[in-house]
Design a protein around this ligand. Structure first.
Ligand SMILES: NC(=O)c1ccc[n+]([C@@H]2O[C@H](COP(=O)([O-])OP(=O)(O)OC[C@H]3O[C@@H](n4cnc5c(N)ncnc54)[C@H](OP(=O)(O)O)[C@@H]3O)[C@@H](O)[C@H]2O)c1
Length: 250
């Protein structure tokens, strides 16, 4: 089966490509560095020709509100018609839990991406994941003022990239759901506690402060703003296991 992974060189993309290739599939790892650019349209038609499934794991180089919205809108407008013309039978995209009930610029862009997929007429599955465990350091940086990291004590349930990639690959090989699947990590705990555990484990001296008024990427969040509300498929790699694997260089 020919499968195109848009963003196939990224964090989730490279792991997904490896899993699918290991399973014997013909996989195109598509990205600007391999001549496939969903913003300019370069190489898109050629890449999706003959593909049964396309997995979109691309991400915007800029997270600034306007830039990220333009990225996901332009990307969808170039990619989805090319897939429809090529007769692609399953479009899989990786989105984020709670984007339609939690407000920030990045989440608004992911809502726009999902809407284009739903309107495309291509059979699809949208996978909404919680924040990647690999993203904890970036979250700490974006919430830091000097040595203090201020985070709201809302529930948080990060999922490891290895778990995400395994589920994405499995979903791409299954029948399209024409709907949304939610996935999350195996542990749920207050945001500030998880980031504090992470910083301590990696030897980062910054101190985490619980602040109910602290924002998440500019948006207000409450207890359930970042976690699945309904049934979610859980990954297997908790924070301690993720740290162990990171130290071992896995
Ligand atoms: N971060 C989180 O916690 C989180 C949670 C849930 C879902 N997600 C979603 O997961 C997806 C994957 O994220 P990630 O962290 O794996 O991304 P990443 O590591 O930043 O990788 C981004 C990929 O997109 C490619 N790309 C950039 N511009 C492109 C373009 N114009 N055309 C085609 N490909 C392009 C990059 O290619 P080059 O290597 O050539 O630049 C790279 O392969 C994103 O859609 C994100 O919204 C993220």
């Amino acid at each position: 089966m020919k499968i195109v992974v848009i963003g196939g060189t990224g964090l989730i993309g490279s792991k997904t490509v490896a899993i699918l290739r290991h399973g014997g599939h013909e996989v195109v790892a598509a990205s600007p560095s391999s001549g496939v650019n969903t913003i300019t349209g370069e190489g898109v038609k050629e890449a999706v020709a003959g593909a049964q499934a396309v997995i979109d794991l691309a991400n915007s180089p800029s997270f600034e509100d306007k830039a990220v919205l333009e990225f996901f809108e332009s990307s969808g407008r170039n990619l989805l018609p090319a897939e429809a013309a090529a007769g692609v039978r399953h479009h899989v995209a990786l989105s984020i839990v709670a984007i339609d009930r939690t407000d920030n610029g990045y989440f608004r862009a992911k809502v726009a991406q999902e809407k284009l997929i739903e309107a495309s007429g291509i059979p699809y599955t949208i996978i909404r994941a919680t924040q990647f465990t690999e993203f904890l350091g970036g979250i700490a940086d974006s919430s830091a003022d000097g040595n203090i990291v201020s985070l709201p004590p809302v529930l948080f349930q990060p999922i490891a990239a290895d778990d995400v990639a395994a589920i994405v690959a499995e979903v791409a090989l299954a029948a399209p759901r024409n709907g949304i699947v939610e996935i999350a990590g195996p542990e749920q705990a207050p945001f500030n506690e998880i980031v504090a555990r992470y910083l301590k484990a990696v030897g980062d001296p910054r101190r985490v402060v619980s602040d109910p008024e602290a924002r998440y990427f500019g948006g207000r969040v409450d207890e359930y703003s970042l976690v699945p509300l309904g049934e979610a498929r859980l990954g297997r790699i908790g924070l301690d296991e993720w740290l162990r694997r990171s130290r071992a260089g896995a």
